[in-house]
Design a protein around this ligand. Structure first.
Ligand code: COA
Length: 150
């Protein structure tokens, strides 16, 4: 369903990804095209583009993965795009052997916190005053379940 709208993103998608990011974040928080292209050139970094107006970048390192950023344009929010992007990243990380997916979210971001809670993330840490606005970052994690074969 939603999955069919997702494209695995490479550096050549950086223009589209940064355009979406700029619509979702404030000017001082958004990532330029060259930053996103640079991220996608790093080992272990992968991303997805939702052509309706969503993007996610994540990084895989050994058996852990982390969401670097996720963004949905304002007019497409609360239609499931964010959830399908995080789920796709979790599935990709799981396929590559990750057992845990981490991310950080501001205490002042109720929309993202609500989404992550719905997806089963739990709080595992807090970084006080981490963001430019003085808010704390909550570190959340989700176990990625693997099928055990006999
Ligand atoms: C966070 C973000 C990616 C969510 O994208 P989305 O497409 O709206 O996500 P979904 O539609 O899959 O899920 C939305 C869920 O978020 C939660 N949510 C949304 N707005 C909320 C609010 N104001 N208060 C509490 N929960 C809220 C709900 O759980 C909601 O589910 P529901 O629609 O079933 O009630 C999007 O809001 C966004 O791009 N925000 C700006 C960038 C950002 O903050 N990124 C995350 C940084 S950690």
């Amino acid at each position: 369903m939603n999955g069919t709208m997702l494209t695995r993103a490479g550096p050549l998608h950086a223009t589209a990804l940064s355009a979406i990011h700029a619509r979702a974040f404030s000017e001082d928080e958004c990532w330029e095209e060259r930053i996103i292209a640079g991220q996608l050139s790093q080992p272990g970094v992968f991303g997805f583009l939702d052509i309706r107006g969503g993007m996610i970048l994540a990084r895989l390192a050994a058996d852990e993965a982390e969401v670097l950023t996720v963004a949905v344009v304002p007019e497409r929010r609360q239609q499931g795009l964010g959830g399908s992007l995080v789920t796709a990243a979790a599935e990709e990380a799981r396929r590559h052997g990750a057992t845990t997916l981490f991310l950080e979210v501001s205490t002042r971001n109720p929309a993202a916190r609500g989404l992550y809670q719905r997806l089963g993330f739990v709080q595992v840490g807090r970084r006080r005053g981490y963001y430019a606005d003085g808010s704390d970052a909550l570190t959340l994690s989700k176990a990625l379940t693997h099928t055990v074969r006999a």
